[in-house]
Design a protein around this ligand. Structure first.
Ligand SMILES: NC(=O)c1ccc[n+]([C@@H]2O[C@H](COP(=O)([O-])OP(=O)(O)OC[C@H]3O[C@@H](n4cnc5c(N)ncnc54)[C@H](OP(=O)(O)O)[C@@H]3O)[C@@H](O)[C@H]2O)c1
Length: 327
């Protein structure tokens, strides 16, 4: 495993880290046994950063993460999120009282006295125009309940606005072979301000592993079934917002670029790591096989200029018209 600095936090985080959404819920059946095994395998391979949220399985993901953290001696940084428990989910709800309540709950679930990193969980755009929200996060930080805070955003413009607040340490954004716009405007700005970047949905919800097909079935409680058209939350979170059939066709073209001994999932993760503004990539893993395959992507040699150009070409031709100006 290799490590990169996360913004100004002073932490060095594993280039390939762990996304803990699927081990909480919304991805069909998932046993805690498999989830714990996946987490342990990732940590054994040098992963030291886990991204979770208070709403993943209504706390189930946070509690599983707490369980494995208790077993280990080495430092493991845990990023959680706050805001999505609000109902209705409005900008007004992002205030000191509510944020404090969410933090208290995550402190319990994560069995700790101070949260490492709390991210606003894709709040309404208006939140980024309310300095008082960031003031509230400063107050919670001063109380010693959180060490650092950051944001998880849907759109590039939200990311650009968020980093104007000086204590925002990290931005989590969708960035993958099917979502390239963040690299244009936002990455240089984040680097300039020394803000960490967490690249989420790196496998486009599994599409970029190359294992999915027209015949793939998804359970009714898997967002790849129930959010295919953005019925429950932003459609960009499911298959990266790419129409399934178009995605499958592009995957066939990408498959030709996979080096011997590697997998498409590994190539997809290694491609993201070619961007030095990225602090880490946070693929979800549901079992030890996926956790190992993903962690070992850090060992792959970098992509050649030719490979980078080809990936870009596939994006420009098939994907860009569908996604580029939407997020
Ligand atoms: N709003 C937000 O802030 C937000 C939204 C989305 C995600 N996130 C974070 O970002 C993380 C990553 O995004 P994601 O989990 O949505 O999508 P992802 O990482 O692109 O895809 C993860 C899924 O792909 C499959 N997979 C993983 N590794 C694989 C491998 N090596 N080979 C084959 N299949 C593999 C697994 O599902 P199957 O085995 O079922 O196919 C896994 O659940 C999340 O876990 C979460 O921490 C945050």
């Amino acid at each position: 495993m290799k490590y990169r600095p996360l913004g100004r936090t002073g932490w060095d985080v594993s280039e390939v880290s762990f996304g803990a959404w699927a081990i909480g819920g919304s991805w069909g059946q998932q046993s805690d046994e498999d989830s714990l095994a996946a987490l342990r395998k990732a940590l054994d391979l040098g992963v030291n950063f886990i991204d979770t949220a208070d709403v993943y399985g209504d706390g189930r993901s946070e509690r599983l993460v707490a369980q494995v953290r208790r077993e280990r001696r080495e430092p493991i940084y845990v990023a959680t999120k706050a805001g999505r428990r609000l109902s209705p989910h409005t900008a007004d709800g992002y205030n000191f009282e509510n944020l404090s309540k969410f933090v208290e709950r995550s402190l319990k679930n994560l069995a700790t006295e101070c949260l490492d990193l709390v991210q606003l969980h894709c709040p309404p755009t208006d939140v980024y125009y309310r300095p008082e929200v960031f003031g509230a996060l400063d107050r919670v930080t001063e109380q010693g309940k959180i060490r650092f805070y950051g944001v998880s955003v849907e759109r590039v413009e939200e990311a650009l606005k968020a980093v104007e607040f000086p204590n925002v340490q990290s931005v989590q954004i969708i960035f993958n072979m099917f979502r390239m716009r963040p690299a244009e405007l936002f990455f240089p700005e984040a680097k300039r301000r020394k803000v960490g970047i967490l690249a989420r949905v790196p496998l486009a919800s599994g599409l970029l592993s190359g294992k999915l097909s027209q015949q793939s079935q998804f359970a009714v409680d898997d967002h790849r079934n129930f959010n295919r058209h953005g019925e429950a939350f932003d459609v960009g979170e499911t298959f990266s917002g790419v129409d399934y059939e178009t995605g499958l066709a592009a995957v066939e073209a990408l498959r030709l670029l996979v080096p011997q001994g590697a997998t498409l999932a590994q190539l997809a993760l290694r491609w993201i790591l070619m961007f030095d503004a990225v602090s880490c990539v946070i693929p979800g893993a549901r079992n030890t096989k996926q956790a190992e395959e993903n962690a070992r992507a850090a060992e792959l040699p970098g992509l050649s200029e030719g490979q980078m150009g080809k990936v870009r070409e596939i994006y420009e031709g098939e994907i860009r018209p569908l996604v580029h100006q939407r997020w």
